[in-house]
Design a protein around this ligand. Structure first.
Ligand code: PLP
Length: 387
């Protein structure tokens, strides 16, 4: 049996996040869980809201667990549409919603629906590493466009990267790994760029929309860009990453909407997802206004910030999500990561997000881990500064 060449390549060069996570598991087996400070994975550790757990327990014994339409239960799509209309300020109907197995599946379904081989998809670096794999799944080409010094999209750079083959721009705000929230002006600027490119859609990847700090609001891409689609999930907002539930919300004003939605529904089926999980669709529909306690993440963000401030290390200011993207004290982010590993601290090099020279710390870990890591962080930074 031979594994496909590109898969062999992916396995070798694959994901820094997974590599670091596995290194963490190895260190934990040697030194014990409490001696390793693992900031590698964006896996929410806060429990889901109680109502979510209660709804799961209540519904499971009484509901039908069989197949349903590929787009999801009609009543769930209806409820999600009503809820999403409130969030995005556009009138969404059930037919504009396709339930998905999380945002990862939603992105794949959208990309499968729009990409012909050789089509290009622009992503703003730093970006979620899986975008590259997802785009290549359908023969597309990911075009990485650097963000500006504040980790916001550079309209000029996006404009320069657009070609006749550009099919989509993926944006992600609040951003993984920078935590930045893209302001309304930026979204409006992207819409202005698109006026000369009517065949291009914006895919807004928004699993962190509800995890924001200091009263900041995330602008509605659907309200500003007609040719847009939102992909989201309950993975982070409800701490349900393992349950694989989310949805795609299609802008009612998108060109060729009917055919696009038909493609999304078919893609859900033929990619083998078939439909989003039955129980979780119903749970989500019953808990649309629930959220994890964001103040816990905010407190951790502030502890992380104060540690790096005291070390004089720069970082992108996180306005949302639960990541701190820290400037490496030495040019090579891998060198900083190695110095961190020597202190039993796991973080992910920025090159894994298409943005070398930085390192991502996921602070979905207990505050004791953050505090416990502080002396090791200091030593690792000092070691790198001496190089
Ligand atoms: C920016 C971004 N998009 C998508 C995903 C995938 O999330 P899901 O669990 O909903 O598939 C993640 C997960 O970490 C993410 O950070």
């Amino acid at each position: 049996m031979t594994v496909a060449r590109n898969m062999v390549h992916y396995i070798e060069t694959g994901s820094w996040i997974r590599k670091m996570f596995e290194e963490g598991a190895r260190l934990k087996s040697i030194h014990g869980n409490d001696q390793v400070f693992d900031f590698s994975l964006g896996n929410p550790d806060i429990p889901p809201p109680q109502k979510v757990l209660d709804t799961m327990a209540e519904l499971s014994p009484i509901m039908f667990h069989g197949y349903m339409p590929n787009a999801g239960y009609p009543d769930v799509r209806e409820l999600v549409a009503g809820h999403a209309s409130g969030i995005y300020g556009v009138h969404l109907k059930a037919e504009d919603i396709v339930m998905s197995c999380g945002a990862g599946a939603g992105l794949n379904v959208v990309l499968k629906s729009i990409l012909d081989p050789g089509d290009e998809v622009i992503a703003i670096s730093p970006y979620f590493v899986e975008y590259g794999f997802y785009v290549e799944n359908y023969g597309g080409v990911l075009v990485s466009v650097p963000s500006d010094k504040d980790f916001l999209p550079s309209l000029e750079a996006i404009g320069k990267a657009m070609t006749k083959r550009t099919k989509a721009i993926i944006i992600n705000s609040p951003n993984n790994p920078s935590g930045r929230v893209y302001p309304e002006d930026t979204i409006r600027g992207i819409q202005e760029l698109l006026e000369d490119h009517p065949g291009v859609i914006v895919i807004s990847d928004e699993p962190y929309r509800a995890i924001v700090y200091d009263g900041i609001t995330v602008p509605s891409v659907l309200g500003i860009i007609p040719n847009s689609v939102v992909v989201t999930s309950a993975s982070k907002e409800l701490s349900l990453a393992g349950e694989r539930i989310g949805y795609i919300a299609v802008n009612p004003g998108i060109a060729g909407k009917e055919e696009f939605v038909a493609a999304l529904v078919l893609a859900t089926r033929i990619l083998g997802f078939v439909n989003a999980p039955a129980l979780m669709q119903k749970v989500l529909a019953g808990c649309l206004n629930e959220r994890v306690d964001v103040s816990i993440y905010r407190r951790r963000r502030d502890v992380m910030r104060s540690i790096f401030d005291s070390l004089g290390v720069e970082y992108a200011l996180p306005e949302g999500a639960f990541y701190l993207f820290v400037k490496s004290p030495v040019e090579d982010d891998l060198v900083f990561c190695s110095a961190l590993v020597a202190e039993k601290i796991l973080a992910v090099p920025g090159r894994g997000f298409g943005h070398a020279g930085y390192v991502r710390f996921a602070y979905c870990v207990d505050e004791t881990i953050i505090q416990g890591a502080a002396p090791g962080l200091k030593r690792a930074v000092e070691t790198c500064r001496k190089l």
